[in-house]
Write a new protein. Sequence first.
Lengths: 346, 217
Amino acid sequence: MFLNFVMKGRGFSRAVNPAKIRLCRLWRSVLVRRSQRHHIRKTLREGFRIETKMPGRSPSSAFYRALTCGAALLLGAASALAEGTPIPHGTLELIARNQWIAAGHTLDLGLRFQLETGWHIYWVNPGDSGEPPRVEWQLPPGLTAGAMEWPTPRRLETASIVDYGYEDTVLLIVPLHAAASLAAQPPVRLGAQVRLLVCSHEMCIPGKAELALTLPVKSQAPAPDALTADLFAATRKSLPRPAAGNWRFSVTDANDSFVLTAKVGHQITQVVFFPLAESQIENAAPQKLLAEKAEFRLTLRKSDRLLKPIERLKGVLVLSGDQAFLIDVPISKAGAVRNNSGNGAH
Amino acid sequence: MKRSTLFPMFLYPMLLYPVLVALVLCSAPPLVSAAKVGAAAPDFTGTASTGKTFRLSDYRGKYVVLEWHNNGCPFVRKQYNSGNMQQLQKQWTGQGVVWFTILSSAPGKQGYATAQEENDYLAKMQAEPTAALLDSAGQIGHLYDAKTSPQMVVINPQGVVIYDGAIDDKPTTDLNDVPGATNYVSLALQQAMAGKQVETSATRPYGCSVKYADATH
């Protein structure tokens, strides 16, 4: 652990910037308030001793500061994050909504990411850079994992680059289908190997985690796990959902842009579109909104890499900051077409 | 009242026009990115890790490959630790292609290297680009709208961009994905040198975002 900690200190000494120092100070003050003073001092003393024993290094005050920051962040991560498998700059945990697997039912499993401030992972379409987490399941016969359900991402903007991803915490839900013929049995092991990329605006680090969860299989109807059910319910509630049936969407191909027209029956003040497919729209281009009483028009600049025409525009439309809808709209030269949201958009 | 006769009211907004024009010119992002497949490659001058200066337009008549580099980025490390990037550099510079490795990371960010550090890296990795250009201000990067490392651009002898995008079709950090991948750079060079149309001329570049100096937050 101390080796890890010292390495981290060194990492900071290489690239200390004022924002990070401020962050570290904040962390330190939070931690100290949590009466962990003694622990920090002890850790620092020991970490420092290891470092000073190394030849050719003099303990400068800058280095000491960097070391303190590393320690504070490390301890902060340890105390603020729940149990979970360590990943670069965070933890990852495999959790289930119910207490057991019920034959013939679908059980929500979840990959719960908790990331340190300043670090992010990626959405299914990572945007201009990055890579979404990938999972390989090891499941006993009779159990199959469905497609991952991706909560609405955030736009992660740096200079001319816009990525789509998640900061802080996120739960990626994967439905687990249990065959009706599955016999009741003692706990079975659900294994998941996750490969992921964790990035800050300064750097990217690949990670790998071997996760496992053991759950019994019962013939009784499923019962929710009190520890996780609320988190699953809240996440499910926030997932992008099909748009209302009476809304009308159309997309027209206007040379260098796609123009999305949405008749939603009321005035919308804020719209953000997240494309599900890569290289359709220019992620960093401003999305121009023209809002009218009962409809709006959103102009999305085409990607420079879109060399062949596309037939449909699929993605997540976030209205007024929080309501997210899945849309899948055919692209035409003109005319409104009924929305087919939800048809294989995920 | 007197003033309005000298300078009619309706002309007042005209005083604002220069300001408006200036605002638009300064704030609007460029409407099209400078480097586009099929268009002329924007010219640049870069300083190599060896101290030498290179100007793109001096290499008219030759194929030129631009490789965006960040030695800490896992996607780049995949190419270098497998030896694939070095092999490509050797293979194509051996056939007269000019290969510029470009470092657009800002100081303090992943992938930034001083001239000495870059020279050491090139020696250690046995990399053989024509030159490694130090672009910590991001000028060449922004000129080509480079978004990721590794991002690859191929320019033909007429100075036209014939490929822009990913290095291959396996957007992962896994070394095992290198052998089975279709390399778009080699494909573009092979097709163009054979007098054929480059089939895949633009792809989504994958990798780490280029760690430019002017992050917004």
